[in-house]
Design a protein around this ligand. Structure first.
Ligand code: GSH
Length: 224
C-alpha cells in the first residue's frame, strides 16, 4: 500500500510541502485527504498516525511522518538532483533553509494561517512579524543572488526548498504582506509554477472551510 495522507490542501501547510515534492517527482502514491478541525478529525488522525498529525506517507508497510523526513524519503527514491540540488554546497544550504522553515517562523505561521484561496486584511505589524518578514526577504533575495542562476527558484532549478517555502509565499499574497525586489520576483515565480497552480485549483474547490478565532478553530462545509 502506497498512500500519501494529507490535510486540506487549502489549509494544511505541513501537508503540502512534501506533497509538492512527491508530485514533482511523480511518486506513485494514492493521495488521501483527511479534512482537519471537524469533531471526528482528531480521532481519525489518531487511528492513522503516531503523532495524530498529517502528513503521513505509507509505503509498502513503512509509515513515515514529519514533513522533512517524508521529503528525505522521496529524495532517496527519486533520481539524484530531482529533490535537492546536485551541487553539495547548494544541497547543504537548501537543507539548512528548509530546516529553518520547519523549526521557525512561528509568528508569521501563527498570525497568518495558510489559506491559499483566501484574501485577508493585513495584520497589524508587530516587531516579531516584521522580523520574520525581514528574514524571508533577506533569505530569498540572498539565495537568488548567490545560487539562482539557471532558473527562477531559490537554487535556480526547483528544489524541495521551494516546496518548503511555498506555504509562506501564499501567506504574503493572502495577507498582502510586504515583499520587494528579487524576493517578490521569487514569490511570483512560485505562484506561477504549474506544480503550485494545480494544487491551487484543487484547494479552491475543496468543500471545507476552517476559521481561526479567539476561541480556537472551527470548521464546516461551504455552501454548494
Ligand atoms: N512537524 C510536523 C507538523 C505536522 C502538523 O502540525 N500537521 C497539522 C496540519 S498542518 C496537523 O496534522 N494537525 C492536527 C490537527 O489539526 O488535528 C511536520 O512537519 O509534519
Amino acid at each position: 500500500m502506497r498512500q500519501f495522507i494529507s490535510g486540506n490542501l487549502n489549509y494544511s501547510s505541513w501537508s503540502i510541502r512534501p506533497l509538492l515534492v512527491a508530485r514533482k517527482v511523480a511518486l506513485p502514491v494514492e493521495e488521501i485527504i483527511v479534512p482537519l478541525d471537524f469533531p471526528e478529525s482528531t480521532a481519525k488522525l489518531k487511528e492513522i498516525s503516531p503523532t495524530a498529525k498529517v502528513p503521513l506517507l505509507r509505503w509498502d508497510g513503512i509509515e513515515i511522518w514529519e514533513s522533512l523526513a517524508i521529503t528525505e524519503f522521496v529524495a532517496e527514491w527519486a533520481p539524484p538532483g530531482a529533490v535537492w540540488p546536485l551541487d553539495p554546497e547548494r544541497r547543504a544550504i537548501a537543507r539548512a533553509v528548509s530546516s529553518e522553515m520547519h523549526a521557525g517562523f512561528q509568528t508569521i505561521r501563527q498570525m497568518c494561517s495558510m489559506d491559499i484561496r483566501g484574501r485577508e486584511p493585513t495584520p497589524d505589524m508587530t516587531p516579531a512579524l516584521a522580523a520574520d518578514i525581514a528574514r524571508l526577504q533577506a533569505m530569498w533575495s540572498g539565495l537568488r543572488a548567490k545560487y539562482g542562476s539557471g532558473g527562477p527558484f531559490l537554487f535556480g532549478a526547483w528544489s524541495a526548498a521551494d516546496a518548503f517555502y511555498t506555504p509562506v509565499v501564499t501567506r504574503f499574497r493572502t495577507y498582502g504582506l510586504p515583499l520587494s525586489g528579487a524576493a517578490a520576483d521569487y514569490a511570483a515565480a512560485v505562484l506561477d509554477d504549474p506544480l503550485f497552480l494545480t494544487l491551487e485549483e484543487q484547494a479552491k474547490i475543496e468543500p471545507w472551510w476552517i476559521k481561526y478565532g479567539p476561541e480556537g478553530r472551527s470548521s464546516g462545509y461551504l455552501k454548494p
